[in-house]
Design a protein around this ligand. Structure first.
Ligand code: S3P
Length: 429
């Protein structure tokens, strides 16, 4: 589907952030691991968390879904069944990486597959620690999906310093650790999103400037009865849209504000974005707020590379904001972007170049020469079948004079099925 984006004259109103994708995946996986029945409300209707539910069903987990309400009868650590078919993780790296940790410990044999994008993303990062724990695991060319996990008999404990600041890798090792009699320890030098350890209440402590997180078979996994908060990463598109669009005022209600996840909010504030943050509360263990963003003049910024894991999914739309910020913005230490659904550094460079922005692509980042009066060229933007590329291009196109087109625009359904409707509603208010 090709979607036309017309700049229009306004961008205002209220959007409710769609349910958080990372927390939806985790809530389902943890519910399956518990021995109780969980009811998860506001579960994401996006394609990626649905892949997790599909895989769990193949593993013998009973799931009843009614829109955003999902009831899961947990089977406990030792109740998973050998699937009769490969577990199809679709486009979802979180499904493949987190589920591998569980399957590795569960003592069942299975194959995990994915779409073309997921099959081109390395799984070596999870295979290495799982092998060190004694797991039989292999993949195409030793590192790509389809991956095959053998019937493992118990996993060995491991102390694992994370070589990459990745929440998916951290979570994979910690989930495998739930099957080890002795604690598995993950040493995390640079913080990444902490939903796994937060929701499972895993033991953790400071270790110098790093954090050590432990999991083992003795961790009790409770039922996951809660409401999933709104997705900060989805809300970020409106944070940037509201900031760069003249006269905009957007209220984004129910936005997850986990501090290991919301660096983009603080970065935008530092760049000069004006937010009103109200109604701070907790959705079970996760902090949530309502945000109102109004159009603001932006200054360029040199991003601290240590913040990259905390805004990894927001970097594409932050690049859009940087195009409208006075001066030279620099993103470095972000080579992980090259390992996402597409190479997001190269893809954003291509998109911004098509728009006529002045940028320099680096191996681990990008330099953007911003200008508050920048007027992106109306163009046909490729989405690279990547939901975040499609949404970032749409926000960029809002500042064009003419109308632009976003190719394969349906890919937004991977994380934000109502994105186009929400955009139209904000333009029509
Ligand atoms: C995620 C972690 C991040 C992020 C992805 C979701 C998660 O990936 O990019 O969209 O739910 O743990 P990495 O951990 O590989 O950086």
């Amino acid at each position: 589907m090709i979607k036309k984006v017309q700049p229009g004259t306004k961008l205002s109103g209220t959007v409710t952030a769609p349910p958080d994708k990372s927390i939806s995946h985790r809530s389902a996986l943890f519910a399956a691991l518990s021995r109780e029945v969980s009811v998860i409300e506001n579960f994401s209707e996006a394609a990626d968390p649905q892949s997790t539910l599909n895989c769990l069903t193949l593993l013998g987990v009973e799931i009843d879904r009614n829109g955003r309400s999902v009831r899961i009868r947990g089977v406990g650590r030792d109740g998973f069944q050998t699937p009769l078919k490969p577990l199809d993780c679709g486009n979802s790296g979180t499904t493949m990486r987190l589920l591998s940790g569980i399957v590795a410990g569960a003592g069942i044999e299975c194959r995990l597959t994915g779409d073309a994008s997921l099959s081109s993303r390395t799984m070596k990062r999870i295979m290495d620690p799982l092998k060190q724990m004694g797991c039989t695991i292999d993949g195409k060319d030793g590192e790509y999906a389809p991956i095959h996990i053998g019937k493992n008999q118990g996993l060995r404990p491991l102390r694992y310093p994370l070589p990459i600041p990745s929440a998916q890798l951290k979570s994979c090792v910690l989930l495998a650790g739930l099957f080890s009699d002795d604690p598995v320890e993950v040493v995390e030098p640079i913080p990444s999103r902490d939903h796994t350890e937060r929701l499972l209440e895993l033991d953790s402590e400071a270790f110098g400037t790093a954090k050590v997180i432990r999991s083992s078979r003795s961790d009790v996994i409770p039922a996951q009865n809660y409401e999933v908060p709104g997705d900060f990463s989805a809300a970020a598109f409106w944070m940037v849209g509201g900031t760069i669009f003249p006269g905009a005022e957007i209220r984004i209600s129910n936005t997850g504000m986990n501090p290991t996840r919301n660096a983009a909010y603080h970065i935008l504030e530092q760049m000069g974005a004006e937010f009103e943050r109200t109604n701070d509360r907790f959705a079970q263990k996760e902090p949530v707020s309502d945000l109102t963003v109004t159009s603001s003049a932006l200054r360029a910024i040199e991003l601290d590379p240590a913040l990259v894991p905390n805004c990894i999914d927001e970097l594409p739309v932050l690049m859009v904001a940087m195009c409208f910020a006075e001066g030279r913005s620099v993103i470095s230490g972000a080579s992980e972007l090259r390992h996402k659904e597409t190479d997001r550094l190269a893809a954003m460079h291509e998109i911004l170049t098509l728009a006529g922005a002045k940028t320099e692509l680096k191996e681990d980042g990008i330099i953007i020469y911003g200008n508050p009066d920048f007027e992106p060229l109306a163009a046909r933007y490729p989405s690279f079948h990547d939901h975040r590329m499609a949404m970032a291009s749409a926000i960029l196109a809002l500042r064009s004079k003419g109308s632009s087109e976003i190719v394969d625009a349906e890919c937004t359904a991977i994380s934000y099925p109502h994105f186009w409707q929400d955009l139209s509603a904000l333009q029509e208010n």
